[in-house]
Ligand binder design. Structure first.
Ligand code: ADE
Length: 418
């Protein structure tokens, strides 16, 4: 088996941590058990480009149980958990090409090694796999029956590929499922981003001014959790509707140029570039902490900060301190990469359970229905989404009401008024 990981000796530790994650992923467990007997992915070769975490390990096991051959690489150079990569190789016989801290060349080398599988299905988190195929590995297109995409940024990129007419196989946008973004993006990003910032800095958030850039599902979750820890939260937005929502949720809303002057801790979750830019660094307070939890590291203009600085040094794990020519210090966390995965462990298993249930069932859907699909971006079918919610509720031992026949009839009619 061809693989490239940091150290096979980390496998025992990885195995235990994967087992711990598995204990909080009941929906995926049920799917895996069904896959073991039904083998709906028999004959499929799945190339996955995902954050290499304990939860992803359980997804890989599930796909393998379904009969697929699976190869995994990282979807971010700094998010790999090396012990998990080792366990997948040593204990599960799954090829992994990922090393935490790999440089850009190695990152793309690993993507290409994964694509050497000649996949029938791609599983992306950020669309680097699909964009590499479309740019450099067009020879692989004929084998592909479809792909899935995990994250907001990836879906935006894929929709732009679709509108340019360059997409050559159907993609299922897992991020669009309600059982994905309402929980993973909101509660997962909310908690794990604060976990990453706190692990990196060990600073008290109570009483601090915390600036959240972007009020999508990730921003909503992050703002609510930062407020829960006692921060005074400021939101910056470009969308007027989301901005009103943030105001009515009780946050102060202002442009980044104003927030830059007062923030103690900043975190970008916009999916756009240069959200914290030169003009903002120029206004920041001495000691400001700047981080990103959006998919790519382009949200913070770090090179422009470097150009403004007379020196830079690593002051702690995951903190680089830049000293500006006027003596102010600005701290960048985790090289501006997803702080929840760089300095912490990503979203907790409980929410990844639903995200990866969507991934598994979308792969099964592609295997069954690919002949009916066009080369475009699809949402996860609604019945899959609702079924995952029902399974999760059952696992949580939460019961809900059912419509009575009378209520069903009422909802389907228009005659009855006041
Ligand atoms: N994205 C965010 N958190 C994650 C996790 N725990 N595993 C895989 N992908 C993630």
């Amino acid at each position: 088996m061809n693989f490239d990981i940091k150290d096979k000796n980390l496998a025992a530790k990885g195995k235990l941590r994967i087992e711990w994650a598995d204990q909080d992923m009941p929906v995926l467990t049920q799917i895996r058990k069904r896959f073991e007997t039904e083998k709906p992915l028999k004959g499929q070769r799945i190339a996955a480009c995902l954050h290499v975490t304990t939860e992803t390990a359980m997804l890989m096991e599930t796909l393998k149980s379904g009969g697929a051959e699976v190869v995994l690489c990282a979807s971010n150079p700094l998010s790999t958990q090396d012990d998990v990569a080792a366990s997948l190789v040593v204990n599960s016989g799954i090829a992994v090409h990922a090393i935490k801290g790999e440089d850009n060349n190695t990152y793309y080398k690993h993507i290409n090694s994964t694509l050497d599988l000649k996949p029938t299905i791609t599983m992306d988190d950020g669309a680097d796999l699909v964009s590499t195929i479309l740019k450099d590995r067009k020879d692989l297109i004929n084998n592909l029956i479809g792909g899935t995409e995990e994250t907001t940024t990836g879906v935006i990129r894929l929709r732009s590929m679709a509108s340019d007419g360059v997409i050559k196989f159907p993609i299922i946008a897992v991020n669009d499922a309600e059982t994905k973004h309402l929980f993973d993006n909101r509660y997962g990003t909310g908690q794990s981003t604060l976990d990453g910032i706190i692990r990196a800095t060990n600073r008290l958030l109570a009483g601090s001014t915390f600036v959240v850039a972007g009020y999508g599902w990730c921003g909503r979750g992050l703002a609510s959790r930062a407020r829960g820890l006692g921060s005074h939260v400021i939101v910056t937005e470009i969308d007027p509707i989301k901005a009103i929502e943030a105001v009515m949720d009780g946050y102060q809303v202002m442009p980044m140029k104003e927030a830059a002057k007062v923030g103690d801790v900043f975190c970008t979750v916009t999916g756009n570039k240069n959200v914290v830019d030169k003009e903002h660094f120029e206004l920041m307070k001495d000691g400001a902490i700047v981080s990103n939890s959006g998919h790519f590291n382009c949200e913070i203009a770090i090179e422009k900060l470097a150009a403004l600085s007379k020196s830079r040094r690593a002051i702690r794990d995951f903190i680089e301190e830049f000293t500006l020519s006027d003596g102010r210090k600005i701290n960048i966390l985790g090289e501006g990469r997803l702080i929840n995965l760089a300095a912490a462990e990503g979203h907790p298993s409980c929410v990844m359970d639903m995200s990866f249930a969507n991934q598994s069932l979308s792969a099964e859907y592609l295997a069954k229905h690919h002949k009916e699909l066009k080369n475009q971006v699809y949402s996860v079918p609604g019945d899959i989404d609702r079924n995952i919610a029902a399974l999760k509720l059952k696992a949580m031992e939460v019961n809900i009401d059912k419509l009575t026949p009378e209520q069903e009839k009422y909802l389907a009619s228009w005659q009855e008024g006041t």
